[in-house]
Write a protein that binds this ligand. Structure first.
Ligand code: ADP
Ligand code: MG
Ligand code: ZN
Length: 615
């Protein structure tokens, strides 16, 4: 197996710092402003919209990382309106496309879509229009399958191109290209053909998923050239985050939480299985809430009906699998509750992102138990987890490749476990770190449970453990994931770990005395502080990915051979709670009696040491 790490030079330029793009004296500036007001009814541009539009209209390839609800559509719809020719938009879901087209037609912007499920003569009519000398459409939406499978479409695009009428190519939800992302769609990987066929047509790729590895995958797979990247903070200041230990009384807790904080307001409860959705909805109905459920085994009419009831506020709570959410544009969602562990931090961030689009304060509460981790992991391995709707196409991978996908999925899930178990660091800091964004926890202003809890901390000198972990990464060849390193460090005896025992010097089990959460926080800290880096591992045969830890030599030297020390804050009161052997259920009820705020959660502690052994 070859380890190719960043072999391909990725070409991109940060656009956000270049003031050229924010100017309003481009030849098209006046027209843009007028149409933004007149056609779209917007008073102004949102952050980065003007910049992105200027860059794409200047003919550059552009990659936009903008949070959900940030206003990505405008960055291609407005150029499509003011440029001659037609804009091709690749979007993953027919229902999303239909929603967009409805809005465009309402604004009198002619648009059409092509999908495999459409009637043949309906498609013919659109092709005829594309062929005509003066095509009326400004935008043509297609699904990625259509690009992959329809030669007819490619022929028509070539013909448009030869008549100088293909003005721009837009790849919406571009993270679907990447196996790193949470919504991998194989057909997205074939979209590189567009840049090959039309090298001079500007490409605009848009996503709300922004890890560095996803970004590189997208730029590479689409073949973007000297691409300009615009990204903005993914922090959502009006969302209040907390993690609460999940107990047997979880449904009572949810009922109480809603009644105390959001009664009769609109919210989503994400559940793992279809049965959970129905159970949770039923229980909430009994408690007097207007609740309903939504999942993949309902037929499309049923789903549309529930979604409509919800949009019209006839019901206010939807208990749903992740299948619910794409294209949901309801501005006043006041809470998003996770009844069980989300599958990745990206997924979690995006699901939470459906709350508070109107900028008003909203709650994001995650009910966490370690046993849910085991459950989700099992379901992922069995392939029975309901996917978000992007990924509704069956995977056509070979076995070896799907092993890798599985590995990646489990690693993503483990990060979510670490996030949930972390009872010290700012939730925003942790989430944003995952998107490669440095966030100062002081700016959270106590809007997450960890910042809110007024605990006292002790600084602990963890230099020794930090050195050992760096040595361990080095001596095992820098080709293992963080979870593997932790297993070795804490002395796991699983076969998988034993294999590497001889490489690990005397460090196998050196961290036995540390609690698992402590060891993982130290390792996490080493990544945050850049002593270690998480790198992308590619198997050249299948091109799939997983992450591995590398040592950043120049920084690590000061730690291993110099005088640099590493300190981490640990909460003092957690120690007390542990000594007192309070169960998480007891801790929860004690605390919730004392403080009624939505953020009065206590840290979600793993139930027992035995639970923590990942081997
Ligand atoms: P994204 O695709 O980034 O999730 P959308 O393009 O769907 O976001 O836009 C989200 C909402 O923001 C839409 O309702 C849209 O009309 C609104 N919006 C976009 N740009 C502006 C703007 N400049 N001013 C006001 N509202 C805007
Ligand atoms: Mg969008
Ligand atoms: Zn915080």
């Amino acid at each position: 197996e070859a380890v190719i790490s960043r072999v391909i030079e990725v070409n991109y330029i940060e656009g956000s710092k270049d003031t050229r793009w924010s100017r309003s004296d481009f030849p098209w500036s006046k027209k843009l402003e007028a149409n933004n007001k007149k056609v779209f009814g917007n008073h102004s541009f949102r952050p980065n919209q003007r910049e992105v539009i200027n860059a794409t209209m200047s003919g550059c390839d552009v990659f936009v990382l903008m949070p959900t609800g940030g206003g990505k559509s405008l960055t291609y719809q407005l150029p499509a309106l003011v440029c001659p020719g037609i804009t091709l938009v690749v979007s993953p879901l027919v229902s999303l496309i239909q929603d967009q087209i409805m809005h465009l037609l309402q604004a009198n912007i002619p648009a059409a879509y092509l999908s495999a499920s459409m009637e043949w003569n309906e498609q013919q009519e659109i092709f005829r229009e594309l062929n005509s000398g003066c095509c009326k459409y400004k935008l043509l939406y297609v699904t990625p399958e259509k690009v992959a499978k329809s030669d007819t479409l490619l022929r028509h695009l070539e013909s448009l191109h030869s008549r100088d009428s293909l003005s721009r190519i837009v790849i919406d939800e571009a993270h679907c290209v990447s196996q790193w992302g949470h919504d991998f769609r194989p057909d997205y990987q074939g979209l590189g053909i567009l840049k090959q066929k039309f090298p001079n047509t500007p490409v605009l790729a848009l996503t709300a998923t922004a890890t560095a590895s996803v970004k590189e995958d997208v730029v590479q797979a689409l073949g973007l050239v000297n691409c300009i990247v615009f990204r903005q903070s993914f922090n959502r200041p009006n969302l209040w985050y907390s993690v609460i230990p999940k107990t047997k009384k979880c449904l009572d807790d949810i009922d109480k939480f809603i009644k105390e904080n959001h009664f009769d307001e609109c919210g989503i409860i994400y559940c793992l299985s279809r049965m959970d959705c129905e159970k949770v909805a039923e229980k909430l109905q009994e408690c007097g809430h207007k609740a309903s459920f939504y999942h993949g085994s309902m037929d499309p009419q049923q789903r549309a009906f529930v979604q409509k009831q919800w949009s019209k506020d006839e019901i206010n709570i939807i208990c749903a699998t992740v299948a619910f959410g794409m294209g949901i544009n309801k501005p006043d969602v006041r809470f998003v509750i996770h009844h069980s562990l989300p599958k990745s931090i990206e997924g979690y961030h995006q699901e939470c992102g459906r709350a508070g689009r109107d900028g008003q304060r909203s709650s994001c509460v995650l009910y966490y138990s370690y046993s849910d981790y085991i459950r989700v992991k099992h379901m992922i391995s069995q392939g029975v987890v309901e996917q978000s709707t992007y990924a509704s196409v069956p995977r056509r991978n070979s076995n070896a490749s799907s092993d890798r996908v599985l590995e990646t999925n489990i690693e993503n899930l483990l990060r979510m476990v670490h996030y949930s178990e972390n009872d010290v660091d700012c939730r925003r800091l942790l989430q944003l770190l995952h998107f490669g964004e440095k966030f100062d926890g002081a700016n959270c202003s106590k809007t997450c449970d960890n910042c809110h809890r007024a605990l006292s901390y002790t600084e602990k000198d963890v230099t020794n453990a930090a050195r050992q972990l760096v040595e361990l990464v080095k001596s095992t060849g820098q080709q293992h994931s963080s979870s593997h390193i932790l297993e070795v460090y804490r002395g796991s005896l699983s076969q998988h770990v034993k294999k590497y025992r001889h490489d690990s010097l005397n460090l196998h089990g050196a961290g036995k005395h540390l609690a698992k959460g402590e060891a993982s926080r130290i390792l996490h800290h080493l990544v945050i502080e850049d002593f270690l880096r998480e790198d992308v591992k590619k198997s050249d045969l299948y091109g799939s990915l997983s992450s591995l830890l590398k040592v950043n030599e120049s920084k690590a030297q000061n730690l291993c051979f110099g005088s640099q020390k590493v300190f981490i804050r640990f909460p003092t009161s957690t120690k007390v709670a542990k000594q007192g052997k309070l169960s998480s259920a007891a801790k929860c009820s004690v605390l919730s009696e004392k403080m009624g705020s939505p953020l009065s959660a206590v840290p979600a502690q793993p139930q027992s040491e035995a639970d923590l052994n990942l081997s």
